[in-house]
Design a binder for this molecule. Structure first.
Ligand code: PLP
Length: 466
């Protein structure tokens, strides 16, 4: 459908060139290097326009990143001005002012004693940096055996080798290698898919006991870090049960395990705060990773914020000559840091407050979709939401007969003017944070119609009879 539409619009050049020369992310073997996707021409506010001229609400805000919206002139201008002033400097033995200023502003917002930031090129490199720092830290402390990493089902932490090894979503790792000897997996804190017959409080105890038992079984002297998203984003917007993160944080503290909070999605406004770890969940991690919303997607930038305590321990260690052999050409990129500073101004000047104000309305409107029989649960927090489709609410079967239900809903919604992020049997919604109540109404109305049309299709095909 998209291909035909693009060809009609005279953009067959881009389609042909992509099919001949572009390898897109997350391809299947059967179409790798020979694939075209919906060609997007423009963005403005919460909308994007495809090359046929169809305007769509950008439901996923790019990839959870266009937090302050498309076509912000002040962001474009600051990038231009910075490029004309200083487009790049080597971070190996020089530095620039925007990165120092941004690190200070980030420290002001960060919980606990998180004081210093190492800037990276995105989320994967942020997680990778945090893990390599944990390895280095334990080497310098004379604990080279303390390196295992705890991660959970449903997690997504990136696409570099070590960060990807932590991933726990279905299918991601079926055909991919990983550093499995370094990772210990735990259950996803997903209340919707908790074991049958137990309530949320018992489920929380189960998760905490599993964590504690795993630490005892594997040995705290072998475990370097726990990595977790406050809300598992790409795993389907899994909001953990109340108190769970605090209890995990305590176990980590008691066992000298670094707690790395992956805020690549939740940071910079998605939950109404610059960082959710402290402000939404009351925890003070040892490190926070961030990316995406830090520049609202206008420039590839990420980073890891590190606790003052860890840095002091390193400085006072017996190995002052030990080298943290880690750095990226684009660490502390001046253009990325300059645009992040302006983006933070915009967030502080009203967008964070707007997000907190509009989020309950967004959640309440989305929740009405539970009236539809194909919808098993609608859940979310802040401006992150997920509509999970199931065969029926009793079995919670994610429609194995028809794994593409998310894609089917997305196709209908595209016709109707909404881009959806389909995830197997789920639709994830994370619009730009500037979305208004009226635009939320439009978004939910389209989603409702898209799901209704999908239900009709499934019934006609005899795949589902709900
Ligand atoms: N961590 C989380 C929680 C993410 O959602 C993502 C990307 O979606 C990453 C890390 C990886 O970030 P990037 O794609 O910028 O490398």
């Amino acid at each position: 459908r998209d291909l035909r539409a693009m060809e009609m619009a005279g953009d067959d050049d881009a389609v042909e060139l992509a099919k001949r020369h572009l390898v897109q992310p997350w391809p299947y073997a059967g179409s790798v290097g020979n694939e075209a996707r919906a060609l997007i021409g423009e963005g403005d506010g919460i909308y994007i326009t495809d090359v046929t001229g169809k305007r769509l609400i950008d439901g996923p805000a790019g990839m959870w990143c266009i937090n302050v919206g498309h076509r912000r002139e002040e962001l474009a201008r600051v990038m231009y001005d910075q490029a004309m002033m200083l487009s790049y400097n080597t971070p190996w033995y020089t530095m620039n002012a925007p990165s120092a200023e941004l690190a200070k502003r980030i420290a002001d917002h960060a919980p606990g004693d998180l004081s210093h930031t190492f800037f990276t090129t995105g989320g994967s490199s942020a997680v990778e940096t945090a893990l390599r720092f944990m390895q280095f830290y334990n080497n310098v402390r004379g604990r080279p055996e303390k390196k295992l990493i705890l991660s959970r089902g449903g997690a997504y932490h990136g696409s570099t080798y070590l960060s990807a090894s932590l991933n726990g979503r279905p299918r991601d790792r079926d055909w991919m290698d990983g550093a499995d000897d370094l990772v210990v997996k735990l259950s996803s804190p997903d209340p919707f898919r908790r074991p049958k017959g137990i309530d949320i409080a018992a489920f929380t105890d189960f998760l905490v006991d599993q964590f504690r038992d795993t630490v005892a079984r594997v040995g705290p002297e072998k475990i370097g870090a726990f990595v977790g998203e406050p809300v598992q984003a790409s795993g389907g917007v899994v909001v953990p049960p109340d108190g769970y993160l605090k209890r995990i944080r305590e176990i980590c503290r008691d066992n000298d395990i670094l707690y790395i909070s992956d805020e690549v999605v939740t940071g910079f406004g998605r939950l109404g705060h610059v960082f959710a770890s402290g402000d939404a969940f009351g925890i003070d991690p040892d490190m926070i990773t961030f990316a995406k919303g830090v520049t609202s997607g206008y420039f590839p930038l990420g980073g890891v914020i590190i606790s003052e305590r860890l840095l002091q321990e390193m400085r006072r260690s017996n190995h002052p000559d030990a080298l943290f052999g880690h750095g990226l050409t684009y660490t502390s990129h001046p253009i990325g840091c300059a645009v992040a500073l302006k983006n933070l101004d915009i967030l502080e000047d009203g967008v964070l407050a707007h997000t907190r104000e509009v989020a309950p309305y967004f959640q309440a409107r989305l929740k009405t979709l539970e009236e539809l029989p194909l919808v098993g649960e609608v859940r979310g927090m802040g401006l992150m939401g997920c509509v999970e489709c199931v065969a029926d609410r009793e079995s919670k079967d994610p429609l194995q007969l028809d794994k593409d239900v998310g894609k089917r809903i997305d196709a209908h919604c595209h016709e109707l003017g909404l881009l959806v992020r389909p995830l197997i049997n789920m639709c994830v919604m994370s619009p730009p944070l500037i979305i208004t109540r009226a635009q939320i109404d439009d978004m939910v109305a389209i989603l409702r119609e898209g799901i209704s049309r999908t239900m009709d299709d499934l019934r006609k095909e005899g795949v589902w009879q709900g």
